[in-house]
Design a binder for this molecule. Structure first.
Ligand SMILES: Cc1cc2nc3c(=O)[nH]c(=O)nc-3n(C[C@H](O)[C@H](O)[C@H](O)COP(=O)(O)OP(=O)(O)OC[C@H]3O[C@@H](n4cnc5c(N)ncnc54)[C@H](O)[C@@H]3O)c2cc1C
Length: 406
């Protein structure tokens, strides 16, 4: 499988079957294309229909987790200096810069800031005057720290999905099958031999679980517990002062509120988190905005972004961010079910990290390594988790709640 073989045929048994055509699954398949026969299967009628079309599209390298940061940096490189024509479309991602700020806790992001500085990433600590110059939306914002990351980007996740799909459909040996739900893994003597749909068994040498919020359900019948927990989050579309499409996106991390220019206004979130579970049917995970979550987002904007105090809500949606309890991605071979691989748990950073997560998983399947992620056990699906984990119902780190891992 390691050798490049452009003559591979789609009608042959796939070497790798990927469950899920979101950013995670498509990325794994994209990196395997031309090197293995790959089939991606999704229950939705179009690719990227779930979390991959529900996000705010911010590529954020200033993450708390070092593995998230290393994946984010790799994706930033892929998109900002594209070697592959796939990522060359200027509409696919663009540099806007970002402001990351803290309202109370001056140390919350210091590890992340040092991590970025150590990588040589441009980062400017801002005083109040510079903050208002760089991000007029943050004029008079009552924050205690702020950093400008001028090279930060936004990504059009829909265009990214389309670009990956186009390449896969044009590569012999690759196929994407939609409207097909995988009901079960086909397991024999501890080895995954393929998957089952309602009317067929699809054989494959390896299966990659990239099913986002649904991933864990396929292994639980085999006594394997992989706690990937979906948290619902709200995005509210607002109209208000237009400060330019190239205004940096701004995130006050400790209280949990962000604003991102979008069309005629802004996309805002109060960073709410509520444990949720997607329907087992292919009815989708996108939801309507609740009154409480809309009020949370608007109240936070009024309080922390005085320059945007007059915004009014015009729409929005909710979606599922699916995390492992340590909020680190779940990547690599499953230690309990041979032949099963994971590319999941991309939580709130799948746009930021998905392409690189897929690259790592594809390389490991091919028996290779990637220079940016040299510690596969740290992201292994079989790693241990605490029995309780912190969630932030109102987005604020000062009001975290410890909940059981189930
Ligand atoms: C409100 C919100 C805001 C976000 N903002 C950002 C952001 O600004 N920046 C960022 O980096 N990330 C953000 N994210 C996170 C990002 O969108 C996700 O991490 C990413 O899309 C996850 O991709 P995925 O492929 O793992 O999951 P998904 O996109 O959910 O894909 C999983 C796919 O698997 C399919 N599937 C599942 N089970 C089966 C089955 N049994 N049979 C067949 N098909 C199956 C589903 O139909 C689905 O298409 C945000 C997410 C949300 C919800």
């Amino acid at each position: 499988m390691a050798a490049s073989n452009p003559s591979v045929q789609t009608d042959l048994r796939p070497e790798v079957l990927v469950v899920g055509a979101g950013l995670a699954g498509l990325s794994v398949a994209w990196w395997l294309r031309g090197r293995a026969r790959v089939r991606v299967v999704d229950m939705a009628s179009q690719a990227g229909a779930e979390a991959s079309s529900q996000n705010a599209g911010m590529l954020r390298r200033l993450g708390e987790d070092p593995y998230e940061r290393t994946l984010a940096q790799r994706v930033h490189t892929l998109l900002s200096a594209p070697q592959a024509a796939t990522f060359g479309d200027p509409m696919l991602s663009r540099q806007t810069g970002a402001v990351l700020a803290l309202a109370h806790d001056p140390f919350h992001l210091h590890d992340a800031v040092s991590g970025l500085r150590a990588r040589g990433i441009r980062l400017e600590a801002l005083d109040r005057t510079r903050l208002a110059e760089v991000a007029p939306a943050m004029a008079d914002a009552p924050v205690v720290r702020a950093w400008f990351v001028p090279d930060e980007r936004v990504v059009d996740a829909g265009l990214l999905v389309s670009a990956l799909m186009r390449d896969l459909r044009n590569t012999p040996g690759c196929s994407v099958t939609l409207d097909t739900r995988i009901d079960a893994l086909d397991v024999h003597a501890g080895k995954v031999r393929g998957v089952r749909t309602s009317d067929a068994t699809l054989a494959a040498d390896r299966v990659v679980l990239a099913g986002g919020a649904w991933s864990r359900h396929l292994v639980e019948p085999h006594g394997v517990f992989r706690p990937l927990i979906p948290l619902r989050r709200t995005l509210v579309q607002v109209r208000g002062p237009r400060l330019g499409a190239h205004h940096p996106w701004c995130w006050i991390d400790d209280v949990g509120v962000y604003v991102r220019p979008e069309g005629e206004g802004w996309l805002i979130s109060g960073c709410d988190e509520a444990i949720d579970a997607p329907s087992q049917l292919a009815s989708g995970s996108r939801g309507p905005v609740g009154e409480t979550e809309r009020a949370l987002a608007l109240d936070k904007v009024v309080r922390w972004f005085p320059a945007l105090a007059d915004v009014r809500a015009v729409g929005g949606w909710t979606g599922l961010r699916t995390f492992a309890p340590d909020r680190r991605p779940v990547l690599g071979a499953d230690p309990e079910l041979r032949g099963l691989w994971w590319c999941a748990g991309l939580g709130g950073f799948g746009v930021t990290c998905g392409l690189a997560a897929g690259e790592a998983v594809a390389a490991w399947i091919l028996g290779e390594s990637v220079p940016f992620l040299r510690d596969p056990p740290a992201v292994s699906p079989g790693r241990s988790f605490f029995r309780r984990w912190p969630i932030r119902p109102a987005g604020d780190i000062a009001r975290m709640r410890l909940v059981p891992v189930r």
